[in-house]
Design a protein around this ligand. Structure first.
Ligand code: ADP
Ligand code: MG
Length: 499
């Protein structure tokens, strides 16, 4: 009974089911509250999105009990949040933490977070009357669920989508996980749906892929939803054409009324086009007011968009701004593997790794390199082995293999603290060696695009949680201890400007 009361209190708390209310908070609850607070701080939107489907049931004797709405939420939270959180709980309680999950489909999202349904405002008559034998269906209406004798109105196909750009074909890593999660949520896949969703990032990093994936997903699950997908460039062209042909009413109706989901790619293209911006602004308002999902992509953050009306920029920030960064090595390897599999290219692991190491800038280039390699190999009838890849890639890419590496940083740190080169990788837990090791981990994390597991392996096969706590320690000491700050600044000078 007591547990049930507490759950209700918790659900009523404004900050969601993770805030701890009431005076009688146990030690475990307090530790969990602190872990939640510090993890959430780093990425509140992503955290809230996933933890809206998780319930804390207690932390006793090192056993953390959690409930998840479904297996998908459980897996995501376990992969992306728990390593840091359990490490922090371990530090706080002095106990190693075991997580005990249960699935509870009754865990509803808080009402305020429930997504707006994709509500097509199609004439209802289209979906109620079964067609008479031989009767022609109105265009765009396809019969489904014949067992119920009903017709469901399917919206016309969405133009311009690449069928390969699905969620299943998208590799998720730290560089794109927020944008991926937000796109899944926008497609109705759980978590809080933000409106608008603004996906930004450099070229070739997967923005268009995610938007296509989102459109495919909505189409599968809500065939009647009218999805409009287009590039901002096409929006401009259509607008100009409509003006010329005096068809503005039709143009407006298409974007303001006959649309349940509006997806506009490369919105930065509207820069300087004030009249089109004005038109887009009105479409945005009409859709937003009607709770229709809007997703835009851009190569810049909203506030960096040049020559864009302030009122549009501010609207872009109303919902969620999710950025995509260049992928780190592990993600690049997974992408090469996935692409090879999709294109039926046989590729040894060492070649995957080599390609991923050599091409760092963006995924499009990574993909291009793989396709070129496969084409050349097939032309010459040569297997794609490491030697072949080396020669071909050296001839065609502008990769910079000389960029600072983990080893460079380790070397500079060893020299600075007068340690042997093997000390950082050893099991030696002597205070001064451990400190230098943590500093090296911290510098690697700051300067290289390495993930925690990658760093763990590079530091004598340590667990990624050890790296996380090492990096965190130095972050803390850097701001609280002048001596540590001086060491780090000296090391930074030795290493030169970060790229
Ligand atoms: P952007 O729109 O950001 O310029 P795209 O979405 O066109 O980039 O992506 C470029 C290419 O890279 C596409 O072929 C896309 O499928 C692929 N790609 C990008 N990110 C990923 C990823 N995380 N997983 C799989 N493929 C990806
Ligand atoms: Mg694109």
């Amino acid at each position: 009974m007591q547990a049930r009361m507490q759950r209700e209190d918790e659900l009523e708390a404004p900050a969601g089911p993770h805030s701890l209310v009431g005076a009688s908070v146990s030690k475990g609850e307090r530790a969990w509250g602190e872990a939640v607070a510090s993890t959430r701080e780093k990425s509140p939107a992503s955290f809230d999105q996933w933890f809206s489907g998780v319930q804390f049931d207690g932390l006793t004797d090192g056993v953390l009990s959690l409930r998840a709405r479904d297996e998908f939420v459980r897996q995501w939270v376990e992969d992306h949040f728990l390593p840091t959180m359990t490490e922090q709980l371990r530090e706080q309680t002095g106990l190693s933490i075991q997580v005990r999950w249960s699935i509870d489909v009754a865990l509803e999202r808080p009402v305020a977070n429930r997504p707006v349904p994709f509500a097509p405002v199609r004439p209802r008559s289209l979906s109620v009357r079964p067609a008479a034998p031989g009767e022609e269906l109105p265009s765009g209406v396809h019969p489904v669920a014949p067992e119920a004798g009903r017709l469901a109105a399917a919206a016309p196909p969405v133009e311009g989508l690449n069928p390969k750009n699905t969620f299943a074909n998208f590799v998720v890593g730290p560089s794109n996980q927020l944008a991926h999660a937000a796109a899944m949520a926008a497609a109705g896949g759980g978590g809080r749906r933000h409106n608008p969703l603004f996906i930004c990032g450099g070229t070739g990093l997967g923005k268009t892929h995610l938007v296509h994936a989102l459109a495919h997903r909505i189409r599968e699950e809500h065939p009647a939803a009218r999805i409009v997908y287009l590039s901002a460039e096409r929006f401009v062209n259509e607008f100009v054409q409509a003006l010329q042909d005096q068809r503005m009413n039709d143009f407006r109706a298409r974007y303001r009324e006959r649309c349940d989901v509006l997806l506009v790619d490369d919105i930065h293209f509207l820069a300087g086009k004030t009249q089109t911006q004005e038109e887009f602004f009105h479409a945005f308002n009409a859709l937003h007011q009607a709770s229709r999902q809007i997703v835009v992509t851009s190569d810049k953050y909203p506030q960096q968009l040049d020559k864009m009306e302030e009122r549009l920029v501010s609207r872009f920030q109303w919902g969620m701004v999710a950025d995509i960064q260049a992928p780190e090595l592990e993600t690049r390897v997974a992408i090469v593997r996935k692409k090879a599999q999709l294109e039926h290219i046989e590729l040894a692991d060492e070649v995957c790794l080599f390609v991923a190491q050599m091409v760092r800038s963006n995924v499009r280039e990574l993909e291009g390199t793989l396709i070129r390699l496969a084409a050349k190999a097939s032309l010459l009838g040569h297997p794609i082995d490491l030697a072949f890849a080396r020669t071909e890639i050296a001839a065609t890419t502008t990769a910079r293999p000389t960029e600072a590496s983990v080893e460079d940083i380790q070397r500079v740190v060893c020299h600075h603290f007068k340690l042997r080169s093997t000390d950082l990788l050893s099991k030696d837990r002597h205070k001064s060696i451990a400190f230098a090791r943590h500093v090296a981990m911290y510098l690697c994390k700051q300067r290289l695009k390495c993930s925690f597991p990658e760093l763990g392996r590079a530091f004598g096969n340590r667990d990624h949680t050890t790296v996380i706590s090492g990096v965190r320690k130095i972050e803390h000491l850097r701001s609280s201890d002048p001596e540590v700050r001086a060491h780090i600044e000296a090391l930074e000078r030795k290493l030169g400007a970060a790229d």
